[in-house]
Write a protein that binds this ligand. Structure first.
Ligand code: CMP
Length: 153
């Protein structure tokens, strides 16, 4: 099933100049970029994005970190995009992330794990609406799609 998911290249990924390499991993897999922007995150947006973690002891630090420097917000589209992107990213805790994943290759700390991705269809819908206006999401044809996507049945 075609899905959309939200990815954030967090401040550590941008500061470490990994944005291009991270984006390339999703593109090379065949996922389509339908939204992309550099964002200086307001505290209210950060708190809303991480609302599920409000009671966690690390919440304050998480909000501080995500607002500390610009991040890159991306919406990716493709078959099973939510699961595919989470596999590309690797486990949340980098010491559990397999080599070859973004976190398994570039991260050591859970608090600085380079990327965020929506963890399910509900989160994807909520997070995309939180980070992007409808007009910022572009649907378009790619010539390569006939080599990446199976024909609709
Ligand atoms: P993310 O996918 O952005 O979603 C929630 C984030 O909270 C997670 O990645 C981590 O960056 C962060 N996080 C989760 N657990 C901890 C923890 N124990 N200490 C610090 N940060 C954490």
């Amino acid at each position: 099933m075609t899905e959309r998911t939200l990815v954030l290249v967090k401040p550590d990924g941008v500061q470490r100049q990994l944005t291009g390499r991270i984006l390339a991993r999703y593109e090379e897999r065949g996922l389509k970029v339908v939204g992309l922007k550099l964002v200086r995150v307001e505290r209210t947006l950060a708190e809303e994005h991480y609302a599920a973690h409000r009671e966690k002891p690390f919440f304050g630090g998480l909000v501080e970190f995500i607002t500390s420097s610009p991040l890159v917000a991306i919406v990716l589209q493709g078959p099973n995009a939510i699961t595919v992107v989470r596999a590309i990213n690797g486990a949340t805790r980098p010491h559990e992330a397999a080599p070859g994943t973004i976190r398994g290759d570039f991260a050591l700390e859970t608090a600085q794990n380079i990327v965020h991705a929506s963890d399910g269809p509900e989160a994807a819908e909520t997070e995309i609406a939180l980070w992007f206006d409808h007009a910022e999401l572009l649907d378009y044809e790619r010539d390569v799609d006939r080599w990446v996507l199976a024909p609709a049945e």
